[in-house]
Every structure is written in C-alpha cells, then in structure tokens.
Design a protein around this ligand. Structure first.
Ligand code: GUN
Length: 303
C-alpha cells in the first residue's frame, strides 16, 4: 500500500484572528497618539442579501478592532449622482480614513466611475487605477484585500518565494491581476491563466504556488496539482448538497479539495481559508491608510 503525502491545512480563520488582534493593538496605539480611532466608511446601495451580510460583518469587525465604523445603506433606486456626492463627502471627512463601496452596484450606476471618485489615499479596496498602477510599478499602494490575504497565507507556509513558479487561475481586477503583481513583486515566475488558456491542467501542474480565483466550483482537479505545491482556493461557490437533505446546499471552492489535498503540500479549505482573511486585510488597509494620511507612526502588519 502506498502512503499519501500529508498536506498541511492552512487555517485562514486562525490567521485572520491573529491579524485582527495585531491590527486592534495598532489601532489602540493610533488612538492614543492621534486622539482618534482609524475610521472606515462602508457604503451599500440596494438590498442584495449576500452584500448585506458582508457589510454587517465588516461593520461589526471594524468596531471590534477599536476602529470607527460609518455605515451608509442607500436604497437600490439611489442615483449615480447621489452616490458620487456621498463619496465626495466621505473624501472630505477627516474622520474617515478608508472608503469601501460594496460591489456589485445596481445596474444603473457606473461602478468604474464610483471607484475612480474615491480618494486613492482612502481606497482601502485598492481598486482605484492609481493604486493598481502603483502596485504594478512597485510603489507603495493600497492593495486589494483578498490577494493581500492570500499572499499572507502563502508566506506563512513559505517565506522565501523568489524563483518559485506561481500560477494564478483567473484575471479579475479584484483578485487575479493584483495577485499576479504581488507574486511578481516577491520574484516568483508568474503565469496568469484564464478561460482561454490552452491545456490548463498542464499549466497548473507547473505551479509551486497555485491560486484558483475563477468562480467555478471544484474546477481545479487533484491531478492538476504538483506534488507539494501550495494551493490557495479563493472560490466561494454554493452547490446543491442533496446528501444533507432536500434543497440543502454547501460551500465549495474552485478546487476539488478532497482530491487536491492528496497532492498539495499545503492547501486552504473552503470555508475557513481565504474567506476570513478578506475583512482582516480590510481592517489592516484602513489602519495603513490612517497612518499614511496622518504620519502617525504605529506598527502596520504586512505580508
Ligand atoms: N464585493 C465582493 N467582494 C468585495 C470587495 O472586496 N470589495 C468591495 N467593494 N465589494 C466586494
């Protein structure tokens, strides 16, 4: 009988708790040095149930980290001009260090226009073209939260990334592209694969670090994973789970976990892997923005 290699399960929930604790300590330092807490404004337009849950969790964790939370819930019919006017008010408000406009926005609002209206110094999502350009050119930048969280998890397993082969599956502005830039900045050899990539399994098999961010349930199979690779699964997909009863569902990633865990050196589970890192990194970015805007010196956790 062959023994299978044992894979290390990357505990994103525990890592995120530790990160939030470090951010909370630094936020307390910031408060004692500046006389105010770092502040995060979150804007939700419409009643999308998933977005509503995210926004509630963000506000709750912001307060738990000792930061000021400003929540703006607008009706779905809110006009683009009204939303842009709110962003302008938040840009001008000194108590607000970070601004996050929850996506997706209602269809009648041009999301790109809203993203570009946010002061880049307060753009804690890192979606503004100025921050994207700064990341690409190696300048200090606010970096999108999910790929930043992924990099932290990768470096918790392997701090020395130079020269490693990294494959990022997915080319979104929110995850794939900034993830590729972060790994390139760590001197990885980076391939960005996507829906038009030829022989995707063979491309993935080259990866020492494999990041799946495509939004397709369990697309990455076990035999796509190089033995010993670090596998980061960004996907959060809800699929039917009739074994749990009629009409029941469960969450799965973009990686077929039960297969991949047989090959990977380390792998993130879904749930409990990348997911919890996103809000923790949002709090980290809010602290970083507060520090950069004010010059107050506190210890900002980094990847
Ligand atoms: N919707 C889903 N994820 C995100 C995110 O990271 N930022 C924003 N603004 N909206 C989202």
């Amino acid at each position: 009988m062959t023994t299978l290699p044992t894979s290390r399960i990357i505990d994103g929930k525990a890592f995120a708790e530790g990160l939030r604790r470090r951010v909370a300590e630094a936020a307390a330092d910031f408060l004692s040095r500046s006389g105010r807490a770092p502040g995060l404004a979150v804007v939700l337009a419409g009643e999308d149930p998933a977005s509503s849950v995210y926004v509630r969790n963000k506000a709750q964790q912001t307060v738990e980290a000792g930061m000021a939370s400003f929540e703006h819930r607008l009706p779905a019919e809110t006009g683009e001009a009204e939303l842009l006017a709110l962003v302008a008010r938040l840009n001008a408000d000194d108590a607000v260090d970070g601004i996050l406009v929850q996506l997706p926005l209602p269809a009648h609002i041009d999301a790109q226009k809203v993203i570009e209206a946010i002061d880049p110094a307060k753009d804690v999502d890192g979606f503004h073209p100025e921050n994207a350009g700064r990341l690409m050119t190696g300048l200090p930048a606010l970096v999108p939260c999910t790929p930043l969280g992924c990099l932290m998890l990768i470096k918790s397993i392997e701090p020395a990334l130079a020269g490693l082969e990294a494959v990022v599956v997915g080319r979104s502005n929110i995850v794939g592209k900034p993830m590729a830039q972060l790994l390139l900045a760590e001197s990885c050899t980076v391939t960005v694969a996507h829906s038009k990539t030829r022989d995707l399994p063979a491309v993935c098999r080259r990866a020492d670090i494999l990041v799946a961010a495509v939004g397709r349930p369990q697309m990455v199979r076990g035999d796509w994973v190089k033995p010993g690779a670090i596998v980061i699964d960004v996907g959060i997909n809800r699929i039917p789970a009739p074994e749990r009863g009629e009409g029941k569902t469960r969450l799965v990633g973009d990686v077929a976990y039960d297969e991949a865990v047989q090959h990977a050196g380390a792998i993130t589970p879904v749930p409990g892997g990348v997911g919890p890192m996103t809000i923790a990194c949002l709090l980290r970015n809010t602290l970083a923005a507060a520090v950069a805007r004010t010059g107050v010196v506190v210890d900002v956790p980094s990847a």
